[in-house]
Write a protein that binds this ligand. Sequence first.
Ligand SMILES: Cc1cc2nc3c(=O)[nH]c(=O)nc-3n(C[C@H](O)[C@H](O)[C@H](O)COP(=O)(O)OP(=O)(O)OC[C@H]3O[C@@H](n4cnc5c(N)ncnc54)[C@H](O)[C@@H]3O)c2cc1C
Length: 305
Amino acid sequence: MLRSTLLAAGRSPRMRALAEGAAPLRPLVSRFIPGTDLDAAFAAIRTLVPDRLVTVDHLGEDTTDRAQAERIATAYLDLLRRIDVEGLADRVEVSVKLSALGQSLAVDAEQITLDGARRVCAEAAAVGTTVTVDMEDHTTTDATLAAVHALRADFPSVGAVLQSQLRRTEGDCRALAGPGSRVRLCKGAYDEPASVAYRAKGEVDASYARCLTILMAGEGLPMVATHDPRLVELARRLGRDRAGGYELQMLYGVRPDAQRALAAEGERMRVYLPYGSEWFGYFMRRLAERPANVAFFLRSLVTRG
Ligand SMILES: Cc1cc2nc3c(=O)[nH]c(=O)nc-3n(C[C@H](O)[C@H](O)[C@H](O)COP(=O)(O)OP(=O)(O)OC[C@H]3O[C@@H](n4cnc5c(N)ncnc54)[C@H](O)[C@@H]3O)c2cc1C
């Protein structure tokens, strides 16, 4: 119930405008989002790269006009050039949401999105890094997987994201477990109906374990995106001595001690680091994942008056 309410609030344009315009909230979101511009993002990236890899997300989603889609594509090009200038292409890649590039526009959505994504992938290839396409709510899954498929024809390293909460995902894992395929497996951050998704945490976790087993038995690179200690241990067990390796991934600000400890034990650990001024939807998903975060946020608000 609380999760659904927070996730619905996160998609409200009115609440988004109010929150993102409220400067006093910014320090409170900095646990999950290090800043709104490239300088802030790179200050945080530099603290991570000595022992971890990074994937950077320029925040933005549910783009409503073409100019905004263009701005976001350009922001990714700037981000990739900065990765190059900082000499970090071997440790830092980017994650991109297709709804930010125009997937939900009323006219020419597919073409605009694919054009924007191709420009981002071409710049990433020129710089020497990779792109992973985030997965959003289930109404976009088919279109997003079709776009990833199209992008992979020219840029084979483009990564896909699958969500274990969706009932279809075991099948998608089988389809995407081929050679060269990079697949990030997460539980799923969106509020989905029971017709397409497992709603009970135990079912989502069991689905994750099944999907992980499929990806680990396949020939691609499994990217294990979870903070769940039991699933991290399962990944390490299944991935031990795996020829193509695997990668653990966690979010910036979530279980940083575990991130450091796993990296120190020799795990390939990548941190998902978002930056930008459109932080509200991302931040609300982080609150929804853990009720304790809501209490922390409210306490901080009260303390700050
Ligand atoms: C690298 C990465 C990329 C992702 N990309 C996508 C995507 O493209 N699409 C998508 O739908 N979802 C994405 N997610 C989010 C994901 O779907 C989950 O919502 C999120 O990771 C929480 O699930 P969990 O696997 O950590 O397990 P949970 O069972 O939710 O959490 C396990 C434990 O991790 C800790 N934890 C988890 N979340 C938080 C938090 N917000 N704050 C503090 N502690 C926390 C707690 O200790 C919790 O007990 C991504 C997650 C990661 C790590």
